[in-house]
Design a binder for this molecule. Structure first.
Ligand SMILES: [Fe+2]
Length: 295
């Protein structure tokens, strides 16, 4: 498998200052000013895990996937070309802003922009949270996960599995209303139970949700306290997921999508301890969804 982690997300924002506050004071990431008015939000020894770029819309701009070496990167590029997607080479400015040695991009069959990289560049300074978060669970499991809208579902699913080499983890048919059931397929590229999920639902912000994981329940609880203190709207209450065991809540970001913040995510041994399964509900308990705030 040539892609082995979700390395970063690039978010476009009409108001970078909203993300600066949300990222540092609510989520607990640290910040660094980037070129051209962009903002790095840091979660570990990487230079950043969230890159906020100023722009004309609010939403996800791209998902950044990492390969372990130039060889694997070239193999991924070859696979994407063979899969029929148009590969766009990055510019030196793209690579500089993302702190990577190599990068190409393509659009998946549902229209989501993907970036594939190798050779992250970092000063490896330790992460120090401005609000005392102990750390984020990253390393070989990547930054977390992202759930992307996928209206061209079948083609997208086979692209991600057959072309990009992701493994199917589990399946959910989510009953979102009495008339509407959405397919959500969860996929892995490392021991994290899912790094990517495709959701058959439209989403103008380009992202259904993203997830960051902290080491323990106290950091989840303290984040809920900060959310209450600053009156930030929750997207879903505390709950525990059936598929990855994570105890989490969801909060609305300034990007028009939700951020899942949780702990206790499963670490899988795919070879020896997994059966692809379907769950008929997403959560053992909790995760009561609330409507997004009026803009
Ligand atoms: Fe999630």
């Amino acid at each position: 498998m040539s892609i082995n982690q979700l390395a970063y997300l690039v978010v476009e924002s009409t108001d970078v200052e909203k993300w600066r506050f949300f990222g540092t004071q609510i989520i607990g990431l640290s910040e660094e000013q980037a070129a051209d008015g962009a903002l790095y939000l840091k979660a570990d020894e990487r230079r950043f895990r969230l890159l906020i770029v100023p722009g004309a819309r609010d939403g996800l701009f791209a998902s950044g996937w990492e390969t372990i070496s130039e060889e694997q990167y070239l193999a991924a590029r070859e696979a994407v070309v063979r899969g029929g997607a148009e590969v766009i080479e990055s510019t030196p400015l793209d690579r500089q802003l993302r702190c990577v040695t190599g990068m190409f991009s393509f659009t998946d069959p549902s229209g989501n922009r993907q970036e594939v990289t190798w050779g992250p560049i970092s000063n490896f300074l330790p992460f120090i949270s401005p609000v005392g978060v102990k750390g984020f669970v990253t390393g070989k499991m990547g930054m977390g996960h992202v759930v992307l809208p996928s209206m061209n579902f079948d083609e997208s699913l086979s692209f991600w599995t057959d072309v990009c080499g992701f493994g199917l983890s589990d399946i959910l048919h989510a009953q979102l209303s009495p008339e509407f059931t959405a397919r959500i397929f969860f996929m892995h590229c490392n021991p994290r139970q899912h790094s990517l999920a495709l959701a058959e639902m439209p989403q103008p912000s380009g992202c259904v949700h993203m997830m960051l994981e902290v080491p323990g329940i106290d950091d989840v609880g303290r984040a809920l306290d900060r959310i209450a203190q600053h009156k930030v709207p929750l997207a879903a209450s505390l709950g525990r997921h059936v598929n990855d065991d994570m105890v989490s809540f969801y909060v609305w970001t300034p990007g028009g999508f939700a951020l899942e913040f949780g702990c206790g995510g499963a670490v899988k041994d795919w070879e020896n301890d997994h059966t692809v399964f379907e769950t008929t509900r997403g959560s053992h308990w909790g995760h009561q969804w609330q409507a997004p705030p009026a803009q």
